[in-house]
Design a protein. Structure first.
Length: 378
């Protein structure tokens, strides 16, 4: 496991972090060989991180009848350790952390034992709880493992979170990053402003999870007016009362804030192309202008996501859609999920056909075809 400073530095680079699917066979049992091959694919494609036990991996893997949380975490750690050793690198490892504080703390401890670097903290289990209860939960989990915050859209099981919540969340010392995935521009700005106003833009890396707006998120330079930025002393003082807080208003010009990378289910397929896309975006960021063609690219990526994530049917076929792309490439055997009712929607396969035909520059079939045997034979 990296130190928290090393982890912060790696995340600030801006990484492609696929949200890994779960490989199953025809009996809907864990397919270890194909899961290892999938992890090797992400590493070979150039992904700088991996997220496991998240929505794309299927939350049901935690259920007693499946009992797959620990085996999948262990396999990910073993596989990426072997790949990293050969290349003298370290893939950032993010484990999904779910549930109320007791179960979530147990998952965080397990992730740490399995050599994971941070926990992607879902707050879906906290329905109508107050901000005070949410912050207490986040602080407790932060005592177990560094936190990767997560704004999950309500359509996928998340809840609305206020800017004042994110302002307090950003003051928690062990927060290293936030995945912004509300699929909503107003709520995306809430997180960005909160982190900037907390004075933590240099410490907390912002990652897009907005699959409907990936390219624009990564290209945009955000600026928060300096008059609205407050530094709370001592730092990370979320537990202090308002009377105990010493607030300092800084007058220097605001630094730009960027969403530096992505932690995405969309990047769990066509990953090599995602790495190339982020590399191109980073080169553009260093220039004074954005080529108009990138606006077209943004729309193309969103269109591809609509097909894979089944936007036409309220994302019902989201996970099977990712599986279908990987199945066609030979990385997965089928599109099976732990829940037999979770399948491709009518017309979804045809939509995937269409986007693959329309946007061949955004797929990586040739790369997978070239290396598939070596990933599956080791």
């Amino acid at each position: 496991m990296e130190t928290i400073d090393q982890l912060r530095a790696r995340l600030r680079e801006g990484l492609v972090i696929p949200a890994s699917p779960l490989a199953l066979n025809t009996q809907r049992s864990f397919d270890e060989r194909r899961q290892r091959a999938l992890f090797r694919y992400y590493h070979a494609a150039g992904a700088g991180g991996i997220a496991v036990a998240v929505h794309t991996t299927q939350f049901a893997l935690r259920k007693p009848e499946h009992n797959l949380l620990k085996p999948v975490l262990q396999m990910a750690a073993e596989t990426f350790s072997a790949c990293d050793f050969r290349e003298n690198t370290r893939t950032v490892r993010i484990a999904g952390i779910c549930g109320r504080t007791g179960p979530a703390a147990t998952e965080a401890a397990l992730a740490r034992e399995c050599d994971f670097d941070a926990g992607l903290l879902s707050l879906a289990a906290f329905g109508e709880d107050s901000d005070d209860q949410l912050i207490a939960h986040c602080q407790a989990i932060g005592g177990e493992i560094p936190i990767f915050g997560f704004y999950l859209q309500p359509a996928a099981g998340g809840r609305l979170l206020s800017r004042s919540f994110w302002r307090r969340f950003a003051e928690i010392e062990n927060v290293v990053a936030i995945k912004i995935a509300p699929f909503n521009r107003y709520q995306t700005l809430d997180v960005i402003r909160a982190v900037a106003e907390a004075g933590r833009a240099d410490d907390i890396s912002l990652y897009t999870g907005n699959d409907d707006n990936i390219v624009i998120d990564l290209l945009t330079e955000f600026r928060v007016p300096e008059a609205n930025i407050e530094t709370v002393l001592p730092p990370f003082s979320a537990t202090l009362s308002k009377k105990e807080r010493h607030v300092e208003i800084r007058e220097a010009p605001a630094e730009p804030v960027r969403i530096v990378g992505g932690l995405l289910g969309h990047w769990a397929c066509w990953t090599r192309s995602a790495v190339e896309l982020l590399g191109e975006i980073k080169r553009i960021r260093a220039k004074d202008s954005i080529p108009a063609e990138m606006l077209t690219r943004a729309a193309e990526v969103t269109d591809m996501n609509a097909a894979v994530f089944d936007a036409a049917n309220g994302f019902a076929g989201c996970i099977p859609g990712i599986h279908e792309v990987l199945r066609r490439q030979g990385l997965l055997e089928g599109v099976w999920c732990l829940d037999p009712n979770e399948t491709l929607s009518p017309g979804q396969a045809e939509e995937i056909d269409r986007v693959c035909r329309d946007y061949p520059h955004l797929i990586d079939d040739d790369f997978v075809r070239e290396h598939l045997d070596e990933w599956q034979s080791q």
